[in-house]
Design a protein around this ligand. Structure first.
Ligand SMILES: *[C@@H]1O[C@H](CO)[C@@H](O)[C@H](O)[C@H]1NC(C)=O
Ligand SMILES: *[C@@H]1O[C@H](CO)[C@@H](O)[C@H](O)[C@H]1NC(C)=O
Ligand SMILES: *[C@@H]1O[C@H](CO)[C@@H](O)[C@H](O)[C@H]1NC(C)=O
Length: 787
């Protein structure tokens, strides 16, 4: 997904759907059927012209239509959750009509400093640490934020008709904090100002009924000034903080204690309208205090009633369930490692979001809108990738389904409802104009022949092997099954190779000479090296293994939810794609004792400065010293080579298993003290730049999702009979220890879980906090990787 190149943080919001381009040319044909009384010749002529017109129209505007939605497990779309993960603290419900609640704050540095507003999670804010350390993805969360001038806690709980929150501002001596809370309307709800803090805003909402927002301070002396902004201006979702700053003014007041003059920045109330679609309240705090907030029915009482007691209970239940599911407490882990385990889960669940809007899709006639969609999904990273990524979501739910299988099913169903009629699912969900504003132009458009690993099948595999889930949610699995079938046939059909058992990711650039090895973004492994010269004869090992897994899962699903004929059909697919001898024939190099891609490949390529005409004069180009020939890509051993192991295609007694285990354990190849590196140290592509501007990404660094998959396969081979059982057990133990120790150490040092880890120093790298698939460290720490 070429994530590294994303713009700086924040992402986007829940999105006002943009103006729509009509996607329904087919409706035009209907009117022609009412012309039957016409003279036949004229009618035939009209039909002829109309058909030509329709043909042209459809040709010029290929339709992109969603399948009719399937329903998942029930949920209440009026319940509030922390479903705005790109904000430090933002809440909403799972409906496009939901008002949005959010918090901003900044240190008052007047008279000189400009306000540095904290709102969207942003690595440039220089916040030392932040993240959820308890959260269930549904009903509550506890978060710490260490800003430079204050420590902040944002704790919240869901209530029947709203939510309650406690925001604790612990200010460093002499510091002043300006804290803002806002509500914005996404339907025709408007907010009115109340008479005191206990009813700071009131709303009449069709969706939620009448409600109010109340605020209470534990120490009222901490509040120096309160100001309010109400505007009916249609504020774009990515402009909230600009509006707030733009509508602020400065006044000079004397400090009640010392009488000295002080400057305060506050909202300019003179510009306010009587009511507003955006309502903001600002509190200027001169002392540390706790702020209680409540959104609820008008007749409700104070904001802080019973907050402590209720959150205590939530917290206790969470810890009990966490321990019951993962059994970490009595293992030989350090206190830091145990904290990391809880943070891993909490940030994953606290990072779940809800969005609505349209995708941009590239078609033969240009960009088209696809949607409107709603999406409920976890995210890879709150500051950097706060949106849905298809293959990441499979890994996210390997963890989520352990703690809350129903939540996983809700997420899977949401993704299944993005499916196009052909069976295609966009691999990255950039919904709405605000989302697009955060993503480089060249990456916005999704392409309909581009796939992404169907890692959600792995999750479904676990769910259909879980008796309790099958008993309780069989009805949902039955509805998911036809979608998975469609997806499978779409993959088989569009990503086929040159034979029935070989496959090729589409989307590699066959003509570029600017990349050392043209990227394969669709595979999820981005710049992981493949055949040097992309061509139609390529065979991609990982894709082949994914399809083998898909066929196995569909075989099982069809046994439960399909007809006998379905089951016979998928048994055949399963046999064909899981035929190990065939896999060996398609992908095994006897000489190099490993599984590899096959394609047009040269081992003599390099990036070099080449003179070019024009003002640039030189540019980096790929030069090929010896022509590419058709062969296995044996100068790259790495994560791709491990897919037959990871997806368990290798028989337990085969020499191929031994060879793979030996290669894993070899420090010259993939083994490090910190986990398995992505590309062998002996490969010419190890830590190689792909272009002048593209540093290595999947070319050496340690990624946790793949390490998890390897560990989970090692566990499998250690648990079943076979000559290499002990070997698998030993490697499992060592690899697990290395990963847990290093990630624990980095967590202790930085407070974060990272996107990937340096294979020579162990240091965390890339975006952070990264509680997408790196959170799988928790599964690694528990003994239940597999069940
Ligand atoms: C967050 O703050 C609480 C209360 O001060 C503290 O007990 C806890 O250790 C902190 N958690 C993290 C992960 O920093
Ligand atoms: C627990 O871990 C410590 C430190 O890693 C080690 O010294 C000790 O032997 C371990 N104890 C057991 C019972 O494994
Ligand atoms: C392939 O790369 C070339 C040169 O870098 C570029 O001009 C072209 O647009 C690319 N093709 C696609 C389909 O991206």
């Amino acid at each position: 997904m070429n994530r590294r190149r994303r713009n700086r943080g924040g992402g986007f919001d829940e999105g006002v759907p943009s103006a729509t381009i009509s996607l329904e040319p087919r409706t035009r044909s209907r009117s022609f059927f009412s012309f039957c009384s016409w003279d036949f010749g004229i009618l035939a002529f009209v039909i002829f012209i109309a058909s030509c017109y329709m043909f042209l129209y459809i040709y010029m505007n290929p339709t992109i239509d969603k399948l009719p939605p399937i329903s998942g497990p029930d949920y209440d779309s009026k319940q509030w959750g922390s479903y705005r993960p790109h904000l430090y603290f933002g809440l909403r419900t799972r409906s496009p009509q939901s008002p949005l609640f959010g918090m901003m704050w900044y240190e008052s540095q007047l008279p000189h400093g400009r306000p540095q507003v904290r709102h969207w999670c942003d690595q440039n804010d220089g916040i030392n640490r932040y993240g959820w350390y308890e959260a269930d993805g549904r009903s509550f969360g506890k978060q710490n934020i260490s800003d430079k001038f204050a420590t902040i806690h944002t704790d919240w709980i869901q209530e029947a008709n709203g939510f309650k929150a406690k925001i604790n501002f612990d200010l460093k001596p002499g510091k002043i904090a300006n804290v803002l809370f806002y509500l914005t309307s996404q339907d025709n709800t408007v907010f009115k100002q109340g008479y005191h803090l206990n009813e700071v805003f009131k709303a009449k909402s069709e969706f939620l009924g009448d409600f109010k927002l109340s605020i209470e301070l534990k120490d009222e002396r901490a509040l120096f000034m309160k100001s309010v902004l109400l505007t009916n201006e249609k504020v774009p979702i990515n402009m909230y903080q600009d509006i707030v700053v733009g509508n602020s003014e400065i006044s000079v007041e004397s400090n009640p204690g010392s009488q000295e003059k002080m400057f305060f920045m506050h909202l300019n109330e003179k510009v306010n309208e009587r009511d507003g679609r955006m309502a903001v309240v600002q509190l200027n705090l001169i002392k540390s205090t706790e702020i209680y907030i409540k959104l609820g029915k008008i007749e409700n009482q104070g904001a802080n009633s019973d907050f402590e007691k209720e959150i205590q209970k939530k917290s206790q239940n969470f810890k009990t369930k966490f321990e019951k599911v993962f059994e970490i407490e009595n293992k030989n882990y350090t206190a830091v490692q145990k904290t990391m385990a809880k943070v891993a889960l909490s940030n994953m669940l606290g990072g779940i979001g809800y969005w609505n809007g349209f995708n941009k899709v590239q078609t033969s006639s240009g960009l088209q809108n696809y949607g409107p969609h709603t999406l409920f999904s976890a995210v890879p990273s709150r500051p950097f990738f706060p949106r849905g990524f298809l293959w990441d979501e499979g890994f996210h739910n390997m963890l989520i389904r352990k703690f809350d299988p129903k939540l996983s099913l809700e997420i899977v169903v949401s993704w299944m409802n993005l499916m196009e009629q052909s069976g295609w699912i966009p691999r990255e969900m950039i919904l709405g104009p605000e989302a697009e504003a955060r993503v480089p132009q060249e990456y916005i458009a999704q392409k309909m022949d581009v796939a992404n690993p169907p890692s959600l099948f792995y999750v479904i595999d676990k769910l259909v092997h879980d008796e309790k889930v099958v008993a309780k949610y069989g009805g949902v699995l039955a509805k998911i099954y036809p979608r998975l079938e469609k997806w499978f046939f779409w993959l088989r059909g569009t990503q086929h190779g040159t034979s029935k058992t070989t496959f090729r990711w589409r989307g590699r650039n066959e003509t570029t000479n600017l990349e050392l090895n043209p990227k394969t973004l669709s595979s999820g492994l981005d710049d992981y090296p493949r055949a040097s010269h992309p061509s139609d004869i390529e065979r991609h090992l990982d894709l082949r293994c994914w399809l083998a897994l898909c066929a196995r899962v569909l075989e099982r699903l069809s046994k439960f939810y399909g007809t006998d004929a379905d089951h016979r059909k998928f048994s055949k697919h399963m046999e064909e794609l899981n035929d190990f001898d065939q896999l060996v024939q398609d992908h095994w190099s006897e000489e190099h004792q490993g599984f590899y891609d096959y394609g047009k490949h040269s081992e003599d390529v390099a990036l070099a400065m080449v003179p070019v005409p024009g003002p640039k004069r030189v540019e980096y180009q790929r030069v090929t010293a010896r022509a590419a020939t058709n062969k296995f890509v044996t100068n790259v051993y790495g994560y791709n080579s491990l897919y037959p192991l990871m997806l368990r295609l290798i028989p337990a007694d085969s020499k191929h298993l031994k060879a793979t285990l030996d290669k894993i354990r070899d420090p010259k190849l993939l083994w490090t003290k910190f986990g398995l590196r992505s590309v062998s140290k002996t490969s010419p592509y190890y830590q190689a730049r792909n272009t002048e501007h593209d540093p290595p990404y999947w070319r050496g660094y340690i990624w946790i999702n793949i390490n998890y998959m390897v560990l989970s396969a090692l566990r499998h081979y250690a648990d079943i009979d076979g000559p290499y059982r002990e070997n698998a057990e030993n490697i499992f133990g060592e690899l697990r220890k290395n990963l847990v120790e290093n990630m624990g150490k980095q967590f202790d040092k930085t407070g974060y879980i990272w996107e990937n880890y340096d294979d020579s120093t162990g240091q965390g790298r890339g975006s952070h906090p990264f509680n997408g698939w790196s959170s799988l460290i928790l599964m690694i720490m528990s003994d239940k990787l597999e069940t």
